[in-house]
Design a protein around this ligand. Structure first.
Ligand code: PMP
Length: 455
């Protein structure tokens, strides 16, 4: 997809970028300046030189309906003309309609709290959980349990819940009271036990942590239905059901982080709907607006909300943010959900994801592919140096495949946790709206690149 178009201002843009932008989580690599992106349409983006790439990561797992949707631009435009802003101490129709719509999708009765980002939504969940227990007389319930390898955001609370130490250690001390347990990693389970037993053991580790830490001190467990950025770790359903049962039995709230898994990414409206559970709190962002505008939600079970309503001035939730529930973002989110429904994107995500996995199945025979896994439009390709020892593949091997894919017009990701040694999982998370040709293109590029990288 390389273009020969000569754009005179590209190097100028790059040097101006270098002088003024501190990029997110990127090494200061002088040889490899960040791509200056100019346009996006469908699953494809175009850089300032005119090179086109299929965005196999939908940005940061978020542009679920693809780029360039005029209806979304119009929805925001019309709303800004009518009412550009109202704080969430007031109300407006797009926020009300969106709250009702999200409840319909959750198939239950939740109260909707608006914020701006996934990290925000998780911070809100933590504060609500602590206050909830406190006003129920369980004043010691302040600790949270999450899983190693999971990512829950970059602000101090969400980072404390995150289980990837490479992202954390330079910013310590973080917030007290965040504990971590191992997630199920079915590829790396011991051969001697079944997947079901292994997943039950991981749930048992969680229960032991609750008990050993004193259950009266645990406020909530937070987890993604499927660990995404931590390396695409898909649990056996028995694990998720068991975690819910353990939480209920010990009076611990279950917060499900749907920031990536929500809005069709896993082939259902929400990832937890694969497991038939009813979370106490659900957090969502990214796919809610397909990232066209910032917006996030913390959805809280109504009976939890009721305990904040006893009429006493000290019982309300003392949290506000300026931009949460912005009218244009809400109007755009409603249109985004309408597009998903109209184009059957939840079902298409499941079908296209299956096609991707089937098309990539041969890669399992490749000498460095230890495991191929996926759910909906999420694929993880775990690279190893040795299939028997499962030693994670070298950084250089991953970098070469990513760069060769890019040279062939496909952007893919790399995820995992460097400190844990498992930063060896290549990821795909393309727009749910990707066409059949797009899916075939991704398969063809990966097949070609892997066949050219046999040693
Ligand atoms: N939770 C999960 C599971 C995420 O993947 C992310 C972001 N990648 C977040 C929370 C934080 O979202 P944000 O970057 O919008 O703060």
């Amino acid at each position: 997809m390389k273009s020969t178009k000569k754009v005179s201002n590209v190097s100028d843009l790059t040097s101006r970028d270098r002088n003024s932008i501190w990029h997110h989580i990127s090494p200061y690599n002088v040889k490899n300046p960040p791509m200056v992106v100019e346009e996006g349409k469908g699953s494809w983006i175009t850089d300032a030189q005119g090179n086109r790439y299929l965005d196999g990561m939908s940005g940061l797992w978020c542009v679920n309906v693809g780029y360039g949707r005029e209806e979304l631009a119009l929805a925001a435009y019309e709303q800004i003309k009518k009412l550009a802003y109202a704080p969430m101490t007031m109300s407006h129709e797009p926020a009300i309609e969106l709250a009702e719509k999200v409840n319909e999708m959750l198939d239950d009765d939740y109260m909707i709290f608006y914020s701006n980002s996934g990290s925000d939504a998780n911070e809100v969940a933590f504060k609500m959980a602590r206050q909830y227990h406190r006003q129920n007389g369980e004043v010691d319930r302040h600790k949270f349990i999450s899983r190693y390898r999971a990512y829950h955001g970059s602000s101090m609370g969400a980072l404390s819940a995150t289980g990837q130490s490479m992202r954390k250690y330079k910013y310590e001390p973080l917030i007290q009271g965040f504990l971590h347990v191992s997630p199920p990693d079915n590829y790396r389970k011991p051969d001697s036990i079944t997947e079901e037993d292994y997943n039950l053991q991981r749930a048992e580790e969680l229960e032991n942590t609750i008990i050993w830490e004193q259950k009266e001190t645990i406020a909530a467990v937070i987890m993604e239905p499927v660990i995404t950025g931590g390396g695409v770790l898909i649990p056996h359903p028995i694990y998720v059901e068991k975690v819910q049962e353990i939480c209920h039995r010990h009076g611990v709230l279950l917060i499900i982080d749907e920031v990536i898994c929500g809005f069709g990414r896993t082939g259902k409206k929400f990832g937890h709907q694969h497991f038939g559970i009813k979370p106490d709190i659900v957090t969502m962002a990214k796919g809610l607006t397909s990232a066209y505008l910032p917006l996030s939600i913390t959805a809280v079970r109504k009976d939890i909300y009721e305990t904040f309503k006893n009429g006493d001035d000290t019982s309300h939730f003392r949290h506000v943010n300026t931009f949460g529930g912005n009218p244009a973002a809400c109007a755009l989110a409603l249109k985004n959900i309408e597009i998903m429904e109209h184009e059957n994107l939840y079902e298409r995500s499941a079908e296209s994801g299956d096609k991707l996995l089937q098309g990539l199945d041969d890669l399992k025979n490749h000498p460095f592919v230890g495991n191929l896994r996926g759910i909906g439009m999420i694929v993880g390709i775990e690279l190893v140096e040795d299939k028997t020892t499962k030693e994670p593949a070298s950084k250089e091997r991953l970098a070469k495949i990513i760069s060769d894919c890019k040279d062939n017009g496909l952007i893919i990701g790399k995820n995992g946790d460097t400190v844990a040694g498992y930063n060896n999982i290549l990821t795909l998370s393309p727009p749910l709206s990707s066409s059949e040709e797009d899916v075939e293109f991704m398969i063809a590029v990966l097949q070609k690149v892997f066949s050219e990288n046999q040693s």
